[in-house]
Design a protein around this ligand. Structure first.
Ligand SMILES: [Cu+2]
Length: 198
């Protein structure tokens, strides 16, 4: 009897493990018309079945050379972002966006950071009181299945569980595109391309 239980537990473990490792991949190209290049487009699964554990590792948005880096940062809702100051000047990071609870983090010296935890879905513009030309975006998403395009427009979303999803885009300026339905198979690779315009 005990042995039977052990075997059953082993089988359950294997099934559990295989459902974890069997996930597909979605990749493709976004052609952005009306932007300098096709970079910094967030490609994301609109809705997926959770819950999703919040990553214990914080995301980071650097202030370096009087710029935010990265310029666009997609995160899972609940993620904490550390705002690092790498410059030898003071910045004053704040936002007017509801998704970031209109925070004002104040100023802090070089080499130090201030954290903020994003608890609401949505997009939040990052601004600096000292340098009006500084601007960046945090895109807070329902699930961890998202990716950012490179300059060529290429993106890859890894480890997507099998299922049918709606894929959407976010770009700071370009808003027109057709959302796409994608069917992801276990260990499969789906290719989805987009055209994005003003
Ligand atoms: Cu600044």
């Amino acid at each position: 009897m005990q042995r039977k239980n052990a075997i059953a537990a082993g089988v359950a473990l294997i099934i559990g493990w295989s459902s974890l490792v069997q996930a597909g991949e979605v990749s493709g190209m976004v052609t952005a018309r009306g932007a300098r290049n096709s970079a910094n487009v967030v490609v994301f699964v609109e809705q997926a079945e959770g819950p999703f554990p919040v990553p214990s590792e914080h995301a980071r948005m650097d202030q370096k050379g009087l710029k935010f880096n990265p310029h666009v940062l997609p995160v899972l809702v609940g993620t904490t972002v550390d705002y690092l100051n790498s410059d030898n000047v003071m910045h004053n990071v704040f936002t007017s966006s509801e998704a970031a609870e209109k925070f004002n983090l104040g100023t802090w010296p070089q080499g130090e950071f201030r954290p903020f935890t994003f608890k609401k879905q949505g997009t939040a513009v990052m601004l600096c009181n000292v340098h009006p030309e500084m601007e960046a975006w945090v895109v807070v998403l329902q699930n961890p299945y998202f990716a950012l395009t490179d300059e060529s427009g290429a993106y890859t979303i890894k480890n997507v569980p099998a299922g049918t999803y709606t894929l959407k885009l976010w770009h700071e300026k370009l808003k027109k595109y057709e959302p796409q339905t994608v069917e992801v198979q276990n260990t499969g690779k789906a290719v989805v391309d987009f055209t994005l315009t003003k």
